[in-house]
Design a protein around this ligand. Structure first.
Ligand code: UD1
Ligand code: CA
Length: 467
């Protein structure tokens, strides 16, 4: 067995290339009382399993093996494209689950095992655990924490400081239960020793094979056991039920907010600001109270968002202001102002310097640079050019009851208040519609139309570039 050269610089994760990370996620999760597998429940917008897999990935382990039950659906996909799946035929305990990974981990020198219900686990902790393991040359290493309230965790049993065993709470006597030192659920070992220890596990009093019993095995054989105590107790937070799910959610959101504040984002009221893991926000952007930044949202620098805005899977440029509005699946450029009370639905693209006033609904539309839609309008399936003025109450009638149709408005056009544009329709460059027009036919460039249905009043020529 070749031993890797431990590079202690944690920013260079290559030394763990011949390690396999094994993530246990085949448990029944009965305490969640859910039809959704436990590890698919979201924490700050990402499935729990994704957080754990991300930590393993970021730590640079050469392989990630996910242990799943035979009927698991969607868990491997949620973990990411690079995971190898191993199936635990029946949920016979964490020891049995770890053993199910043996074949998939073949060829690895070392194994890091982690429970799948630890969404707050970080890559740093995995790297430190693996590094400690190599440095101490221990037979087995595992992560511990000292908790004011250790309820629900396996306790670390020591004699004269030497680790003797991990005792599950249900099997602990009163004295052991009083121990504040707990097992976090992250282990590192040399592969050959681990597989032999797992293969010789005996069922616990509950009938399950406990992974934690390899600790007593190592201790009994006189081998060294290294422990890595977590300085940050939040990482310990497991999720067995929905109360713990809510706690993990709160902790993860705190972590996300703190990272953003440290990177130069002002959160006026962090407690009422909900930001999913993975959302990016640039320096000197101010987030006002009641804002939700969700999914794959990215916001540039110098923006002002909120109060009470919801942005999901959207991209916002620099220096843009968004008042209380809902923005979904949209791309918004620099120096835009939106709202309050706008709704941008998916596939909307807003170019720079656009102004959307209040009560504007946009759907799958492109709005060109410098265009203004000041007051209550609906624009759907439309392409609007540069420097267009859309008057109050303008509606694109994009749906004939059967099909959706497109509206195009050329650069510099002027759409009068209360215009209804019956799609499919094209309003030419520099054209204008009078107040209350119902536009049923294309309007040539520079033309002015008026009435119901709208008719051409005069043709003043091309007004391209008019603002
Ligand atoms: C486990 C530890 C406990 C530790 C705690 C920390 C054991 C026996 N106990 O307890 O010492 O303090 O985690 O969070 O390991 N799983 C399977 N197959 C199974 C059973 C479980 O894959 O047959 C998976 C679960 O999906 C879960 C993980 O293993 O992701 C841990 O299982 P769980 O039931 O949550 O263990 P705990 O009782 O919390
Ligand atoms: Ca657990």
């Amino acid at each position: 067995m070749t031993s890797p050269d431990p590079d202690l610089n944690t920013s260079a994760p290559a030394p763990f290339q011949d390690w396999t990370a094994v993530i246990l996620a085949a448990g029944r999760g009965t305490r969640m009382r859910s039809s959704l597998p436990k590890v698919l429940h979201p924490v700050a917008g990402l499935p729990m399993i994704r957080h754990v897999a991300n930590a393993a990935r970021e730590a640079g382990f050469g392989r990630i093996v996910l242990v799943l039950s035979p009927d698991a659906e969607g868990i491997a996909e949620a973990a990411g494209p690079d995971v190898v799946v191993a199936i635990q035929s029946e949920p016979l305990g964490t020891g049995h689950a770890a053993l199910a990974a043996q074949q998939a981990a073949e060829g690895s020198s070392h194994i890091a095992i982690m429970n799948g219900d630890l969404p707050l686990l970080t890559a740093d902790t995995l790297l430190e655990t693996a590094t400690t393991h190599l440095e101490t040359k221990a037979l087995l290493s595992f992560v511990t924490a000292n908790l004011d309230d250790p309820t629900g965790y396996g306790r670390v049993l020591r004699s004269h400081d030497r680790v003797q065993a991990i005792v599950e709470e249900t099997e602990a006597d009163e004295e052991t239960r009083a121990t504040p030192e707990i097992n976090v659920g992250i282990y590192a070992a040399r592969a050959d020793w681990l597989w032999s220890a797992l293969n010789s596990l005996m069922p616990s009093p509950s009938g399950e094979l406990y992974l934690t019993d390899i600790v007593a095995d190592a201790a009994n054989s006189g081998g060294d056991i290294a422990t890595h105590e977590l300085p940050d107790a939040t990482e310990v937070q497991q999720v067995n039920d929905r109360i713990e799910l809510a706690t993990a959610e709160m902790m993860m959101r705190d972590r996300v907010r703190e990272q953003l504040m440290l990177s130069g984002v002002t959160l006026v009221d962090p407690a009422t600001t909900y930001i999913d893991a993975g959302v990016e926000v640039g320096e000197d952007t101010t987030i006002l109270p009641g804002v939700h930044l969700l999914g794959s949202t990215t916001i540039g620098s110098g923006c002002r968002i909120g109060p009470s805005a919801v942005l999901r899977d959207s991209t916002v440029g620099d220096r843009t202001e968004i008042g209380s509005s809902t923005i979904e699946g949209s791309r918004i450029g620099d120096d835009v102002s939106i709202g309050p009370y706008c709704h941008l639905r998916p596939e909307t693209v807003i170019e720079r310097d656009v102004h959307l006033g209040n009560y504007v609904e946009l759907k799958a539309s492109q709005i060109g640079e410098g265009t203004r839609i000041g007051h209550f309008s609906y624009v759907g399936d439309a392409k609007i050019g540069h420097a267009v003025n859309i008057g109050a109450g303008t509606v694109t009638a994009n749906y004939d009851g059967v099909q959706k149709h497109r509206t195009e408005i050329g650069d510099g056009a002027f759409i009068g208040v209360n215009s209804v544009l019956i799609a499919p329709v094209v309003v030419g460059t520099g054209a204008s519609t009078g107040a209350g027009s119902v536009v049923t036919h294309d309007v040539p460039p520079g033309a002015q139309v008026l009435g119901v249905p709208a008719r051409i009043r005069s043709n003043e020529g091309d007004r391209t570039g008019a603002e």
